[in-house]
Design a protein around this ligand. Structure first.
Ligand SMILES: Cc1cc2nc3c(=O)[nH]c(=O)nc-3n(C[C@H](O)[C@H](O)[C@H](O)COP(=O)(O)OP(=O)(O)OC[C@H]3O[C@@H](n4cnc5c(N)ncnc54)[C@H](O)[C@@H]3O)c2cc1C
Length: 436
């Protein structure tokens, strides 16, 4: 295939402004483009391999930690609030009979829960409003990690270069093996989720055995030994989503498109609270989503030029119980854009990218572990007490409040001087310390 040379870049007017390319127009990539633009950097384009986006996935949470940054970047976050679940509280219930074990504000749990596709549309619009080109059908297949401008090659053969390349290319990141030279080994968590999102038809709506949770926006969790089910009703009761997490040692591929076995689902809900079990049983189809861990990566930045940085699921994927995958990607975007604004010249990009990974690593690990802790508490608590004993609501409550109070940009500014010194010291010594 004939290839073209790298495209010449417009030179930015601001000497500290960096010309950037973002790979992946998911929520993480969009957030990166918006944050960089806000901090005065030139975003040449956001590339995505798919030709068009569908309304993919189902429920996704965006916490106040993400919304406050988006708001700083002049995004109208009321658009997110309007389309998300409007229920004030969520209830955590006993698997077998639906008894309420705890109730807490939705904002303490997942923040704003909405359909991933709807939130994604809002993010894509924010990018377009800033006149940042989103190039669909542009799959990156190769990276050249060279200073001062790394080069990427698209499947079409076209080559592009920029001062900084941000790879927000998701959980199956190609940047991870090609840029970081890290193998992509998903570790089976021992759990999988069956997931369904649909508009219940009239026969379901009118059936009192099915319609308890179709009367308006609501969120409920049923927890039991080694299992839990989340229900999220959106748009005033029009759309219904359930996600059933269960033990699974099989080898279902890790994919958002893998069909699930409804017979298996029906078997798993035989002893579930009847007020929710019937609508689950009558669901036509579902997806089977294998939950895999990724080992923490010792670096998120390219070794040669230090100008290719990973962001979002490509370097810090989360379990669904954390409800923080997208929010942490937004935080990382804010941190990276802030660091790039704090360096003294274009040749100091490497200090910014290395500071970024150091600033973000521990925070993302804590947020990842929070999701694991919650799942284990939920699955364990009902093993230890018999049905007659009371469960302390604190044992089952979602404890995400501390995550939401954080401001990733302020954190970067506050810790910048110290981290900068560490990074400079490492460059002087000729050795960048691994993150783990
Ligand atoms: C189809 C899908 C459904 C999802 N559903 C849910 C859900 O229901 N609930 C939930 O909590 N989370 C869901 N997620 C995950 C959630 O969106 C992410 O955890 C979070 O938004 C952070 O995403 P990200 O931008 O880092 O990665 P992603 O959202 O995965 O986005 C990565 C983007 O990079 C693009 N890309 C990948 N490789 C290349 C390449 N080589 N060249 C160019 N572009 C490339 C992909 O097409 C994709 O658009 C889903 C993700 C996907 C992809």
């Amino acid at each position: 295939m004939e290839t073209q040379g790298p495209k010449a870049l417009p030179s930015p007017h601001n000497p500290l402004s960096q010309a950037t390319i973002v790979i992946g127009a998911g929520l993480g990539g969009c957030a990166a483009a918006i944050a960089l633009h806000h901090h005065g950097h030139k975003v040449i384009c956001v590339l995505d391999k798919v030709r068009e986006f569908g309304r993919l996935g189902d429920s996704l949470g965006l916490g106040e930690n993400a919304l406050k940054l988006l708001s700083h970047w002049n995004c109208d976050v009321d658009e997110i609030k309007r389309i998300g679940n409007q229920a004030p509280n969520m209830k955590i219930r006993r698997w077998s009979d639906g008894k309420v074990l705890a109730e807490q504000p939705l904002m303490d749990m997942a923040g704003y829960i909405g359909h991933r596709g709807d939130y994604h549309d809002v993010f894509l619009n924010w990018v377009s409003e800033r006149n940042i080109p989103i190039r669909m059908g542009s799959e990156v297949i190769a990276y050249e990690d060279i200073d001062p401008q790394p080069i990427i090659t698209l499947k079409s053969g076209e080559k592009l270069s920029a001062d900084i390349i941000i790879a927000a290319d998701g959980i199956k990141s190609l940047a991870r093996p090609l840029v970081l030279k890290m193998r992509d080994d998903p570790v089976n968590s021992g759990y999988a989720c069956f997931r369904a999102f649909f508009k219940p038809d009239q026969s379901i709506r009118q059936d009192p055995t099915c319609n308890t949770y179709l009367q308006g926006d609501c969120v409920n969790f049923w927890i039991g030994p080694d299992t839990h089910l989340v229900q999220n009703t959106l748009r005033g009761g029009e759309e219904f989503n359930w996600i059933l997490t269960h033990k699974d040692d099989g080898d279902v591929p890790e994919s958002w498109f893998q069909p699930g076995d409804m017979d298996e689902v029906r078997r798993l809900v035989t002893d579930l609270d009847p007020t929710i079990a019937e609508i689950v049983r009558r669901t036509q189809s579902c997806l089977d989503w294998k939950i895999c861990y990724r080992e923490p990566l010792p670096t998120w930045v390219s070794e040669g030029s230090h100008r290719i940085a990973l962001l979002g699921d490509s370097c810090h994927a989360h379990l669904p119980t954390s409800a923080q995958g997208a929010s942490q990607a937004v935080e990382s975007a804010g941190c990276l854009a802030t660091c790039l604004g704090l360096v003294r010249g274009r040749e100091e990009v490497r200090i910014a990218t290395r500071a970024y990974e150091k600033l973000r690593f521990r925070r993302t690990r804590e947020s990842q572990s929070n999701g694991e802790d919650l799942r284990d508490r939920w699955h364990g608590v009902l093993k230890e007490v018999d049905e007659e004993r009371e469960i302390d609501p604190e044992d089952v409550k979602v404890k995400n409040g501390w995550l939401y109070a954080f401001d990733a940009e302020e954190d970067a500014r506050t810790r910048w001087k110290t981290i900068r010194e560490v990074v400079e010291g490492e460059f002087l010594a000729g050795k960048i310390s691994p993150l783990c």
